[in-house]
Design a protein around this ligand. Structure first.
Ligand code: HEM
Length: 192
């Protein structure tokens, strides 16, 4: 596994990503901001103008089987593709009930009954993704999910999100914010 990558998502008045929309899907919202920047590294100091900061770290996979892992690696595109000028940052917190389940019970809901990976695989390679864990950092969300896609795939991404939100897994989501972004900088897109 690659080394854990720490990232801080900073909402405020600066940053290369322009916020297209920011809406609470479930639970408490977040203040609307104009722009977003992503700072890498554990010791990142967010700018003083930050309205909110969300921290996360990549980790080992918890649920996927070897077969699923191989299928994901074969199909998933890298982050930072020049044409992927749209992104979504979707912070998610799950219920205490979810966290009180055992690993096999969570896997059964996540994949056997909700088909999270099977559904997700249908949308590769259009969508590039990275999952950040926040729960163990004492953050207000459990996960920060990050996705990148080309403008032509915006509707396809909406379909994916709608399908996942209709699953049994999502009944364990108690807070979710949907933040959509447009790359708005002179510089070429580059990986997070
Ligand atoms: C692009 C297609 C997608 C694929 C291929 C995909 C794949 C995955 C995989 C493999 C995991 C589990 C990693 C592990 O084993 O620990 C995961 C977790 C997760 N994904 Fe997705 N996903 C996709 C889209 C989405 C979308 C659109 C959302 C949000 C709306 C989302 C939210 C999450 C969350 C919150 C988790 C953590 C679940 C938990 O550990 O309880 N995913 N995803």
């Amino acid at each position: 596994m690659a080394m854990p990558l720490h990232a801080t998502f900073v909402g405020g008045a600066t940053g290369p990503w322009q916020v297209d929309r920011l809406a609470a899907v479930r639970g408490e919202g977040l203040p609307v901001v104009e722009r977003l920047s992503v700072i890498e590294g554990r010791e990142s100091a967010p700018p003083e103008t930050a309205v909110w900061t969300l921290r996360g770290v990549t980790s080992n996979e918890r649920y996927v089987t070897r077969t699923e892992h191989v299928a994901l690696v074969e199909r998933q595109p890298p982050l930072g593709r020049p044409e992927a000028t749209r992104a979504a940052l979707i912070p998610v917190r799950k219920t205490d009930q979810w966290w009180n389940l055992s690993q096999d019970e969570r896997r059964a809901i996540f994949e056997e009954r909700s088909r999270h990976v099977s559904i997700g695989l249908e949308y590769l390679p259009a969508v590039a993704r990275r999952l950040f864990h926040s729960r163990d950092l004492g953050e207000r969300f459990d996960f920060l999910t990050w996705f990148e896609y080309a403008p032509a795939d915006a509707e396809v991404f909406e379909e994916l999100v709608a399908r996942l939100r209709a699953t049994e897994e999502w009944s364990s989501v108690e807070r979710e914010i949907d933040i959509r972004l447009v790359w708005d900088a002179e510089t070429r897109r580059r990986p997070l």
